[in-house]
Design a protein around this ligand. Sequence first.
Ligand code: FE
Length: 233
Amino acid sequence: MNKSAFYKLSYGLYVITSGKEGRFNGQIANTVFQVTSEPPTIAVSINKQNFTHEQIVASRLFAVSILEEATPMTLIGRFGFKCGRDIDKFDGVRTRTGKTGVPIVIDHAVAFIEAEVVGEMDCGTHTIFLGQIVECDILDAAAEPMTYAYYHKVKGGKAPKNAPTYQKEEAPEPAAPAAKTARFVCTVCGYVYDPEKGDPEGNVKPGTRFEELPADWVCPVCGAEKDKFEEQF
Ligand code: FE
C-alpha cells in the first residue's frame, strides 16, 4: 500500500466554529464537502479529542469559513495548533454572529456556510457530522480559496497530529535543492523556518539565518519559542 496516493486527494482549508451560550471555539479542518444539494447538506470530519467536537455534539451547530490563499499562517496557527481550552481563539479575529448564534470567522474568509447537525457517523478517532445548511454567503468574491495543496506547497504548512489526513510516516517530499543555510523545523507544529524565505509575517527578511533571529522570535504558526526548533537535515 502506497499511502502517498492520499496526497493526490484535493481539499480546502476551513475554520470550523461551534458552541452555544457564549462559549464558542473554532478549529482548522481540511475535510469539508458538500454531500447533497437538495436539501443542501455538507459534511465535516472532526477529531473526537478536539474542543470543537465537544461543542458540535452539545450545540448541534457548526459554521464553516472558507479561507483565502492569502490567509496568514498566524491565523491558521491560532485555530489549527492551539487549544481553545487554553486560549480564546477569537481574540483579535473579526467574526460575526450567524443565524444560528455561532460566530463566523470573516477575517480572510471568501465565504461561509452555517449548518445544523442532522446526522453523524462514528469513525473511530473522528466523527463525520452531516449538516443541513441554515445560511451561506460569499464574503470576498475576488479572493481565491486556499486549497490544501497550496497550504502545503506555498505556505509550508503541516497537518497537526489530530487531523484526519495526518500520517505518522509522512511520504517523502521531492528532494529540495541544497540550501546554503540550514532550515529549522518546529517540533511542536512542523513549521519549517527557511532562511531563504525568512518570516515575512514576523518582519524577518529573506536571507536571515535561524541563528540570527531575535531571541523573542516565536513560531509564526503555533507560537513555540526558538528552543523548540531543530535543525532539519
Ligand atoms: Fe510551531
